[in-house]
Unconditional design. Structure first.
Length: 207
C-alpha cells in the first residue's frame, strides 16, 4: 500500500480515497504499517439511508436483483435483519471504528457528517481543513445550491470558470422501501448508532 502511494514534497499532502477501507478487516493494520501518523477521514450518514443508497447503486448495475426488503432480512416475518448483507453491514459504524481504534487514536480520525455535508458543505469542509491543518481556503463563497440537482455544487470547477456539480450517480432518487421495513431498520441500528455517538463524542442525530 505504502509503496503505491505517490511521493510528496514538503508541504504537500497525498490523499487516497477508497470507501471500502473503513469496513475491511485487514486495512487498519496495513495502513498503520504504512504510516502511524496518517490522518483518516470518514464520511458517515444515517445507516438506513446509506443502505438504501447502496442498494440503489447495486440495483442500477444488476438487472433482475431481488427487492431491498428480501435482501435486508434473513426472515422477513420474524424481522431478523441480515447484518452480513453488505449494504446493512457497512452501516455498523461502531463495529468498524472499534477495529480502527486498536491501531489509531481517535484524534487521527475525522468524521464528516454526511447530512450536513449536503445542507452546509462549507461548514463540513471548514472542519476538514482544520483537521488537516490547512488554511480555510474553501468557504461558502465556493458553493451554490443547484435547484435542478437538489444539491450544492461548486461555483467554479478547479481550473475552469464553469460551475460543477457531482455526477448523475451522486444524489440520485432512491428506490422506494416500505415504511415498515425502514422502521425495523431504524430500530436495528439504534443501539449501534448510540454506541457510535459515544465512541466519537459526536451526536449525529440520526432517527
Ligand atoms: N454536493 C453533492 N452532490 C451530490 N451528492 C452529494 C453531495 N454531497 C453529498 N452527496 C452525497 O454523496 C452520495 C454519493 O457518494 P458515495 O458515497 O456513493 O460515493 S463513493 O462511493 O464514495 O464514490 C450521494 O448519495 P445518494 O443521495 O444516495 O446518491 C449524495 O447524497
Amino acid at each position: 500500500m505504502g509503496s503505491m502511494m505517490p511521493k510528496a514534497l514538503d508541504g504537500q499532502i497525498v490523499m487516497e480515497k477508497t470507501p471500502r477501507y473503513f469496513v475491511t478487516v485487514e486495512t487498519p493494520a496495513r495502513v498503520r504499517a504504512m504510516s502511524r501518523d496518517v490522518k483518516l477521514i470518514v464520511v458517515v450518514r444515517d445507516p438506513v439511508t446509506r443502505a438504501i443508497s447502496d442498494y440503489t447503486q447495486i440495483a442500477s448495475k444488476t438487472p433482475g436483483i431481488s427487492s431491498f426488503e428480501s435482501l435486508a432480512f434473513k426472515n422477513r416475518s420474524s424481522g431478523q435483519v441480515n447484518s452480513l448483507w453488505s449494504p446493512i453491514y457497512i452501516g455498523l459504524y461502531a463495529q468498524h471504528l472499534e477495529r480502527w481504534l486498536a491501531y489509531f487514536p481517535l484524534s487521527q480520525i475525522h468524521f464528516v457528517h454526511g447530512e450536513r455535508l449536503v445542507s452546509d458543505p462549507a461548514f463540513e469542509l471548514g472542519r476538514v481543513q482544520d483537521f488537516l491543518g490547512l488554511e480555510r481556503i474553501i468557504t461558502d463563497k465556493h458553493f451554490y445550491f443547484n435547484k435542478t440537482k437538489g444539491f450544492p455544487c461548486l461555483k467554479k470547477a478547479e481550473g475552469s470558470a464553469e460551475p460543477h456539480c457531482l455526477g448523475k450517480t451522486k444524489g440520485r432518487t432512491h428506490v422506494r422501501v416500505e415504511p415498515e421495513v425502514i422502521n425495523n431498520l431504524r430500530d436495528f441500528y439504534h443501539p449501534h448508532n448510540l454506541r457510535f455517538y459515544q465512541m466519537t463524542g459526536m451526536d449525529f442525530r440520526w432517527k
